[in-house]
Design a protein around this ligand. Sequence first.
Ligand SMILES: Nc1nc2c(c(=O)[nH]1)N[C@H]1C(S)=C(S)[C@@H](COP(=O)(O)OP(=O)(O)OC[C@H]3O[C@@H](n4cnc5c(N)ncnc54)[C@H](O)[C@@H]3O)O[C@H]1N2
Ligand code: MOO
Length: 396
Amino acid sequence: MISVDDYRERITALLGTAPATSLPLAAAAGLVLAEDVLAGVSLPPFDNSAMDGYAVRAADVTTSPVTLPVADDIPAGRVDVGTLEPGTAHRIMTGAPLPPGADAVVMVEDTDRGTETVTITAEAREGAHIRRTGEDVVAGTVALPAGTVLGHSHLGLAAAVGLAEVRVHRLRVLIASTGTELIDAPAPLRHGQIYESNSVMLAAALRELGCEVDVVRSVVDDVEEFRKVIEPRLAGADLLVTSGGVSAGAYEVVKDALTGQGVEFAKVAMQPGGPQGSGRWQGVPVVTLPGNPVSVLVSFEAFLRPALLAALGHTDVSRHQVRARLTEEMSSPAGRRQFRRGVFAPSGREVTGVVGPRGGPGSHLLAAFTQANCLIVLPEDVTSAAVGDEVDVLLL
Ligand SMILES: Nc1nc2c(c(=O)[nH]1)N[C@H]1C(S)=C(S)[C@@H](COP(=O)(O)OP(=O)(O)OC[C@H]3O[C@@H](n4cnc5c(N)ncnc54)[C@H](O)[C@@H]3O)O[C@H]1N2
Ligand code: MOO
């Protein structure tokens, strides 16, 4: 009998690190970066306006009001912006490139909105409402380090620095349920048959972790048939996970087909989920789970999930653990780690912590967002918050 911890280590070692592949950004959510993402461009890529208004030289707008001729009109997307001559203004929109020669933007609200000439009623401060090249990300630097778990903000940043694809760890898993008794709904059940459910659970659980899955819904308990169905699909898989056919009886199709083929069958000191098998078949890692659905789920939690997460490049592979008081008595077999399904209700106060802002308030600072794990919420009636104040935090 092998311990749960030793078996988890065995499966983790068997799965190793999943191969890296390039995937379109839209297909990479939840996966882990296999390589640093280098910024192909700076963010912003050029000095641009943070406001709809007028680009000026601050030195021309030191008194109020000042009237200047409007020499050009610059919507966002213009690629041929000319120099701002002293004593003139260019009408400019948010995100439009700042004309050379301009060193400030005046908000349209502080003007008469003129198109031939504009009268400005506020002083222009040098640098005002200008978003500088590279303020968020500098071209050639690491925008996202290898190991990043790609959430939506990371994918947005990858897109913003010019990537169409990212290199991620990907695991293609072939899932196969075995059992002559298994039937797929909506076919009617005959006495002695059951509806297949393990492959559905495993496929969903593995997809949720970011695996690509190929599913063989049910294979009959026949060694020849098992080999015939599974072998041709092995080439496209980084891992084979089976359910059923591994215990002590006759007709143990998985055990019979894979014994002596590189897969070792053992008892793990846990309950449920005792009978297990693992190894390599034709070079492909194989994990054979017992057929009882709860055994499948417990096996997934006890060793498959952490091993898969590690293979996919995650460093946080454990479920969050808390302590709680038992509300009913329980018994457990000697020498086995029992995994009983239970209902946990939290008690006591929520844990609190400290929080600080990351990056400036600008709405274009995407990189800072990717480094954040929460949103600090200051309500409408708060204009300042001091060190030590309590604030609302939304965890991401
Ligand atoms: N003599 C012994 N018998 C059994 C032992 C043992 O040590 N000695 N171990 C028991 C334990 S514990 C388990 S767990 C099971 C494991 O058996 P198998 O892995 O061979 O699984 P099967 O016999 O194929 O199926 C078990 C059970 O689960 C149902 N099943 C199977 N696949 C599916 C599926 N895809 N969807 C839904 N349900 C499925 C199957 O019909 C059986 O009822 O062995 C014990 N026996
Ligand atoms: O070890 Mo089995 O998985 O209890 O039903």
